[in-house]
Write a new protein. Structure first.
Length: 481
């Protein structure tokens, strides 16, 4: 299954944990936040998909930045490798150890530190769970600029470290725009205070961006400052069926043109994804009357309840008349809207229940997105079920291949085919999930050798002994000597 991980050798330069190390960590953190319990370690060693598994003997739970700093300073001096972990919902094997790396989880650092109701800037610790932040903001009349299916478990620190995209990116942009500042601790325990709250600040290099999307390879993010948005009074959601991919594409163009200022999500799934959800999740039904090849969710968010709804209704009617859409329904209340979202957000869970899954997260020109799904279907025949869904509005396809079990023959048909296909179209082999251990060696499909070499220099500058999340993000061969 996790063939990428099984090819790697443990770096012999790293020390192995001994009892003196454990005693030292207990002095820093206190007994109860140094976890040696087998069951808790089993969970922390295993990723969300149950595809990647490490053999760490220790998890550390720091309560503040100072403790993170002391832990890292010690690990660096001993050359003990570590893996930063948040909610452990990552999908590329980045959040679990490959071998015996010490797990550092900032889940106890979960306080909101400040919220400015004028600017909407929220400052919080990295271990805050995304959904808890959303609930906090809801009471103040604000929303987070990002939302994703893993919201109940993922941490804001994990979101920042993966540069998570999610369902609202089309409206509020990526975390490179909405994260205004952060605090991070580098390998030697240095605390970098970049926790600004300003929209504009052109004083020198904007180093916070190095930590957005670097997947724990350059430092541990301990605090985040993020721009949130006012909660607007009218949110509407349409669930739409389309007979072919070209219609989906045309609908996107029309939606941007006609719903532009209120458009807040444009998501899609194909019929194979719909069937999977209907078969594996309880209480889900298809909102439109008959089954179709594609389904689109269009969400609008605005401040004029009557106008916004009429606008979406008129758009849907016009699209039906033009033949772009074969059926469609607008949610009548919040419960119906959640049931629509459940279909789209539930695909990941349904795939996990269905058996083995090979996940690819690609950015491609929108007109190419479904060609790769069809090509792969042709290539794999009845060996596996190929599914396409994702953030169509952002050009991000989630290409998933579901099979009864992991097998090398199947994998050999998928890789490097998918990566070569993506590279040929100048796409990205990781749109929003990161590279983790799964794709560390594949980075060259999307980045030039010169660019990767500069990345490796930056990594060596910030983490000379390579203790932070080894074997992830960059090819391991660059660091094994
Ligand atoms: P983890 O999984 O714990 O870690 C992810 C990576 O970040 C690891 O490399 C880890 O070392 C590093 N890391 C974690 N915390 C820190 C920290 N404090 N400092 C430094 N490094 C750290 N992703 C999307 O982009 N869009 C989606 O729509 C989306 N939907 C999802 C839906 C489901 C059901 C699931 C299971 C996952 C989904 N994901 C999605 C993937 C995943 O949830 C996101 O990548 C999320 O941001 C990870 O957060 P986490 O706290 O769980 O991090
Ligand atoms: C999604 O958009 O559903 C997430 O990125 C998770 C996935 O790709 O399965
Ligand atoms: Zn996604």
């Amino acid at each position: 299954g996790s063939s990428a991980a099984s090819l790697i050798q443990r770096n012999p330069l790293f020390s192995s944990l001994d009892s003196k190390d454990v005693s030292h960590f207990k002095e820093i953190l206190g007994e109860k936040n140094v976890i040696e319990d087998k069951e808790r370690l089993e969970t922390a060693n295993t990723d969300w998909m149950h595809k990647y598994k490490g053999s760490s003997k220790l998890m550390l739970l720091p309560k503040n930045t100072e403790e993170v700093s002391q832990i890292l300073e010690y690990c660096d001096s001993r050359r003990l490798a570590v893996v930063p972990q948040g909610g452990n919902t990552g999908l590329v094997g980045g959040s679990v150890p490959v071998f015996d790396e010490v797990i550092i989880n900032v889940g106890l650092m979960n306080k909101v530190l400040a919220f400015d109701e004028v600017s909407g800037v929220l400052v919080c610790e990295a271990g805050c769970i995304l959904e808890n932040l959303a609930t906090f903001l809801d009471r103040k009349g604000f929303i987070m600029p990002l939302d994703l299916g893993a919201k109940g478990s993922c941490h804001i620190g994990g979101n920042v470290s993966t540069n998570a995209g999610g369902l609202r990116l089309i409206r509020y942009g990526s975390l490179h725009g909405t994260v205004l500042g952060l605090e991070a601790v580098t390998a030697n325990g240095n605390v970098l205070d970049m926790l600004g709250t300003l929209r504009k600040d052109n004083t020198g290099y904007d180093l916070k961006h190095l930590f957005i999307g670097s997947e724990g390879s350059l430092g541990i993010v301990t605090k985040v400052s993020i721009l949130t948005q006012p909660k607007l009074s009218s949110v509407n959601l349409a669930f739409i069926a389309c007979k072919d991919y070209l219609s989906c594409q045309k609908l996107l163009v029309e939606a941007k043109r006609n719903l532009g200022e209120i458009l807040s999500a444009f998501e899609f799934l194909d019929n194979n994804s719909m069937d999977l959800v209907l078969n594996h999740l309880d209480g889900v039904r298809n909102p439109v009357s008959s089954s179709e090849n594609f389904y689109i969710l269009i969400e609008t968010t605005g401040s004029d309840e009557t106008n916004d709804r009429e606008k979406l209704e008129a758009f849907l009617l016009k699209s039906l008349e033009k033949g772009l859409v074969s059926d469609g329904v607008i949610a009548q209340d919040i419960n119906q809207a959640s049931s629509f979202w459940r279909i789209r957000e539930g695909i990941t869970e349904a795939l996990q229940k269905a058996g083995a899954v090979y996940k690819y997260d690609l950015s491609l020109p929108v007109e190419e997105i479904y060609n790769i799904v069809n090509d792969l279907r042709g290539r794999l025949g009845d060996l596996a079920n190929v599914m396409g869904y994702g953030h169509l509005g952002d050009g991000n396809l989630h290409l998933n291949i579901s099979a009864a079990e992991y097998n090398d023959k199947l994998l050999g048909l998928i890789e490097p085919y998918v990566y070569e296909w993506t590279s040929k179209h100048r796409g990205s082999i990781s749109a929003e999930h990161g590279l983790g251990v799964m794709k560390a060696n594949e980075i060259f499909y999307s980045k030039s050798p010169e660019t990767v070499a500069l990345m490796a220099s930056i990594k060596k500058l910030l983490d000379p002994k390579g203790i932070l999340n080894p074997y992830k993000v960059l090819p391991h061969s660059l660091f094994s000597h």
